[in-house]
Design a protein around this ligand. Structure first.
Ligand code: IPM
Ligand code: MN
Length: 366
């Protein structure tokens, strides 16, 4: 970039908290950083990464899944880039000591109540899905999942003698703020919101439905439909193109977004942004996949696309974000495939590292 004459020139600098986590986490985050470095160089800004522990590796090193230092680092960062956590080694620990509790505590600590999970079907990958091409072609859905409430956090919870229990709780204000995120997003997209609940059975869902309906009055240009979660699970497979924005609670959103990922061909493709709080978290929707960790076969695209969402939502570097999205699409168009999205025989499949380098090179070469 040219240096303006006669003035001190400050390059824009962002402070990114990086949490690689467990399993394939370090491998996929390394590729996202590679791509971020290419695009930031290209666009004339700098990213300063600080690494923090969370999940199983933090349990091993510090005895807790979310060390204070990690939460403090995340709170003071411009954004958090996160890989994945968990693994067999920590599976027998009690719930509050498990790696997953670290992620939940981080989300709660940062107050990121809205989890955006875009589900796009790339034309190039129509063959990669287990579903018929004419059902999934053109699918473009945004799942807006409430992230710091519902049954994940409700009280009371615990164990008593031979019983165990959790509580699904939502307050009006919690539903109202997530509904607003969904309607605002819909205004910029297809102007349709589908609110998913289980209002035929659950009191908490009846409240959810009332509040979403009330919020919808402020958005007369957005069409609102309500759907029971069991029907939504079926409709996602039967006719996914009917959906634009889906808004739902924490647990239903967790389940439906995994289901929706298979429209795109692989859960290894889906990014997410957890926003609305003090610093946002950008993370793939998939887990730490311990079964394939260290083999160099994980798909880094979900994390790379999460990094793109970070540039767009937290850093306001929209042009850079678009460059990443374009490079990802081009890499797929050129036929590069990681194992999860490949129909080729093994020798033609590219590794995690190769996929990252291909995308970074496409950016560098413009
Ligand atoms: C996700 C994950 C997490 C969740 C786990 C790891 C706690 O499945 O981000 O979808 O359930 O939210
Ligand atoms: Mn999940």
């Amino acid at each position: 970039m040219a240096k303006p004459k006669g003035e001190t020139y400050y390059m824009k600098r962002y402070n990114i908290a990086v949490i690689e986590g467990d399993g394939i986490g370090p491998e996929i985050v390394a590729e996202a950083k590679k791509v971020l470095d290419a695009v930031s160089y290209n666009e004339g800004f700098e990213l300063e990464y600080k690494e923090y522990l969370m999940g199983g590796c933090a349990i091993d090193a510090c005895g807790t899944p979310l060390p204070d230092e990690t939460l403090r680092g995340a709170l003071s960062a411009d954004a958090v880039l996160f890989g994945a956590i968990g693994g067999d080694k920590w599976n027998s620990l009690p719930r509050e000591k498990r790696p997953e509790s670290g992620l939940l505590a981080l989300r709660k600590g940062l107050e990121v109540f809205a989890n955006l999970r875009p589900v796009k079907v790339y034309d190039e990958l129509l063959e990669a899905s287990t579903l018929k091409k004419d059902v999934i072609k053109g699918v473009d859905i945004l799942v807006v999942r409430e992230l710091i409430g519902g049954i994940y956090f409700g009280e009371p919870r615990g164990r008593e003698g031979d019983r165990a229990f959790n509580t699904m709780v939502y307050s009006e204000s919690e539903v109202e703020r997530i509904a607003k995120v969904a309607f605002e997003a819909a205004m910029k997209r297809g102007k349709k919101v589908c609110s998913v609940d289980k209002a035929n059975v659950l009191d908490v869902s009846q409240l959810w439905r009332e509040v979403v309906t009330k919020v919808s009055k402020e958005y007369p240009n957005v069409e609102l439909v309500h759907m029971y979660v069991d029907n939504a699970a079926m409709q996602l497979i039967a006719n996914p193109r009917q959906f634009d924005v889906i808004v739902t609670g924490n647990l239903f959103g967790d389940i439906l977004s995994d289901e929706a990922s298979m429209l795109s061909g692989s859960i290894g493709l889906l990014p997410s942004a957890s926003i609305g709080g003090r610093a946002a978290i950008y993370e793939p929707i998939h887990g730490s996949a311990p079964d394939i960790a260290g083999q160099g076969i994980a798909n880094p695209i979900a994390t790379i696309s999460s990094a793109s969402m970070m540039l767009k939502y937290s850093l306001g570097e929209e042009k850079a974000a678009k460059k990443i999205d374009k490079a990802v699409a081009k890499a797929l168009k050129d036929g590069y495939r990681t194992k999860d999205i490949s129909n080729y025989d093994a020798k033609d499949i590219c590794s995690t590292e190769e996929m990252g380098s291909i995308i970074a090179d496409l950016i560098s070469k413009g």
